[in-house]
Design a protein around this ligand. Structure first.
Ligand code: PGA
Length: 254
């Protein structure tokens, strides 16, 4: 069975004091064997604070990076290799808040994904349809297109270091998650798309769900055969709630 992965995406929340309190609460709440790989993605400026205090079992990630691999005159940008230098093991690419608010398109997301791999870091590729795309029957084609544009850019072996996160846009921050049945159907579709290129990679790649995951609904997702964990936004800002989601893995994937 693929080991579960739970990722906390803090988005633009937190201050230095919050980071210190959070790490203390998280470390204090961990007990026994941890049933999943854990990644915390704070705002980039707090990565140093986070990695200084993070328990060894938990890894740090960035929420985005530059598509450019080499240092250069790119004001405001941070490269994947700079994140690696800061002790980051993961970078989220293609989050819908960037696709929609900042108009990041599939080719930019693919360039970022490739840059993350080139830096020796692991990409978390976010995919997801809007409410309108779902209502008009285009959810599957939109999400497949987002995946294929990345797979067309990389060697398929690169997926071994990546994670796919299905996050329906309408479920993010709305309090209304996808139903487990809808999530399973989409995860299966994505896995089949990978299978067409590499049956081995389809078995190995972790596909996690994101969009209003909470302690109350986490078990329903973790029981699904093609859901390998969660990308958690709002609920990840509370260390106690995040831990409840993490330990829900232990009760659902037996
Ligand atoms: P949410 O965010 O858990 O607050 O819905 C998820 C995400 O945007 O990654």
């Amino acid at each position: 069975m693929r080991r579960a992965l739970i990722v906390a995406n803090w988005k633009m929340y937190g201050r230095r004091e919050f980071v210190a309190d959070y790490v203390r609460d998280l470390s204090g709440g961990l007990s026994g064997s941890i049933p999943a790989d854990l990644v915390i993605c704070p705002p980039a400026v707090y990565l140093g604070d986070l990695t200084r205090h993070l328990p060894a079992a938990i890894e740090a990630g960035a929420q985005d990076c530059s598509p450019d691999r080499d240092d250069g005159a790119y004001t405001g940008e941070i490269s994947a290799s700079m994140f690696a230098d800061m002790g980051c093991r993961w970078v989220i690419v293609g989050h819908s808040e960037r696709r929609h608010r900042l108009h990041e398109d599939n080719s930019l997301v693919a360039a970022k994904f490739a840059a993350v791999l080139a830096a020796g870091v692991r990409p978390i590729l976010c995919l997801g349809e809007t409410a309108e795309e779902r209502a008009s029957g285009h959810a599957e084609s939109v999400v497949l297109n987002q995946l294929e544009s990345v797979l067309d850019t990389i060697e398929i072996g690169g997926l071994a270091r990546a994670v796919i996160a299905y996050e329906p846009v309408w479920a993010i921050g709305s309090g209304t998650s996808a139903t487990p049945a809808d999530a399973q159907a989409m995860h299966e579709l994505l896995r089949h798309a990978v299978e067409r290129r590499s049956p081995r990679m389809a078995k190995e790649v972790r596909i996690i769900y994101g969009g209003s995951v909470k302690p109350q609904n986490a078990v329903g997702f973790f029981r699904l055969s093609d859901v390998d964990g969660a990308l958690v936004g709002g609920a990840s800002l509370n260390a106690g709630m995040f831990l409840e989601i993490v330990y829900a893995v232990g009760t659902s994937r037996v």
